[in-house]
Design a protein around this ligand. Structure first.
Ligand SMILES: *Cc1c(COP(=O)(O)O)cnc(C)c1O
Length: 360
């Protein structure tokens, strides 16, 4: 069975080179006589894997020294709660920018802990735009400002980092981290579930500025305090060791590709190919404002809705899978993360062209 082109939004495609390397190390990691899955997380072997992964990630992203990098469990969803639990620090409210499905999830969870000020929302456009910074109404006394740089379901992406003054900026970067260079120093906290651009599900990365660690709400469970994980080097309890190891292989792969500047160039080209084909066709449609279209997740609809099932079936026969849109919005969605080769996008465009010719 040859590899398919997998357009899943997550868990998503991983680089074939990474999977091959993991396969070759499966039974005996570097002469240890065991799989990484079978190692003690506190042993010398795994410690070296963990440290290498962190230092490679720091190098790729240019993480400044005053930031800690955590390798946790619980998914981005757990961060929807951990952020307010750890960052309120005596304040009663936080600012949230609502650009779609994942913003709303984060807001709903924060509402359990504090007053959520909706600083801006694009709900009026059915989340096909991003409210310009001049229109945000930020609360100068907010504990932090939270936003979602890439809405995985709506396919809306910020191509800029908002200036929010001295209030810590918090970003759910699950589906855009590592897609391009990033100025980490602009953020208080960056978090991301791994299963889009980093590695396997089960690992959650948190990058947190040191001064924000250490004053959780009274009653916060030990495991949900950032301080706990900072102090323990992400080894307070058993971390997701295998996912951490695979993430490390992905970081090495990124370095081999020439880092984030090189990847950004490829990602931009891949996205432009698909958008320009969709825009030039009378059969396919993407509703998102061209100024804030995602490089990673590209939703589209067919002019004839009744052909959706046929489209998905024929795409699958052509080796192009997981193109069905999210259950909340329908239609199609092509997720084209770092590990989706440019040839995969070319193959998708060819297929779409041919499908339109036959059915359009
Ligand atoms: C996938 C995703 C999530 C949810 O991540 P889990 O790891 O399943 O909790 C949250 N936010 C964004 C932007 C996502 O893409």
């Amino acid at each position: 069975m040859p590899r398919v082109y997998n357009f899943s939004a997550g868990p998503a495609v991983l680089p074939a080179e990474v999977l091959e390397r993991a396969a070759s190390e499966m039974l005996d990691w570097h002469g240890s006589g065991m799989s990484v899955m079978e190692m003690s997380h506190r042993g010398r072997e795994f410690t070296s894997i963990a440290e290498k992964a962190e230092s490679d990630l720091r190098e790729i992203l240019g993480v400044p020294d005053e930031y800690r990098v955590l390798f946790l469990q619980g998914g981005a969803t757990s961060q929807f709660a951990m952020v307010p639990m750890n960052l309120l620090r005596g304040k009663g409210g936080a600012d949230y920018v609502n650009t779609g499905y994942w913003s709303k999830k984060a807001m709903a969870e924060a509402g359990r802990f504090c007053r959520v000020n909706v600083a801006a929302t694009s709900e009026g456009s059915n989340f096909t735009t991003i409210p310009p910074r001049e229109e945000w109404s930020l609360d100068p006394d907010a504990a932090y400002v939270h936003y979602t740089p890439n809405e995985t379901i709506g396919g809306v992406e910020f191509h800029w980092i908002p200036d929010v003054g001295d209030v810590p900026l918090v970003a759910d970067m699950s589906s855009t981290i590592l897609s391009r260079p990033l100025d980490v120093s602009r953020f208080g906290i960056i978090y991301a579930g791994a299963q889009k651009n980093i590695g396997p599900a089960g690992l959650t990365i948190v990058i947190i500025r040191e001064d924000l660690v250490g004053e959780p709400l009274p009653g916060t469970p030990t495991i949900f305090s950032y301080g706990t994980h900072v102090k323990a080097g992400s080894m307070y309890n058993t971390p997701p060791t295998y996912s951490w190891y695979i993430a490390g292989l992905v970081f090495e792969w990124i370095k081999g590709k020439g880092g984030l500047t090189a990847l950004a160039e490829i990602n931009r080209r891949k996205a432009e190919k698909l958008y320009s084909f969709i825009d030039g066709s009378g059969f396919y449609h993407n509703p998102v404002d061209p100024g804030c279209r995602s490089w990673m997740n590209i939703p589209f609809t067919l002019a004839r809705v009744e052909l959706e099932e046929t489209f998905l079936r024929e795409a699958k026969e052509a080796g192009l899978v997981q193109l069905k849109g999210h259950r909340s919005v329908g239609g199609m969605r092509a997720s084209i993360y770092n590990a989706m080769p440019e040839e995969g996008v070319d193959a998708l465009v060819e297929f779409m062209k041919e499908f339109e010719r036959r059915h359009g």
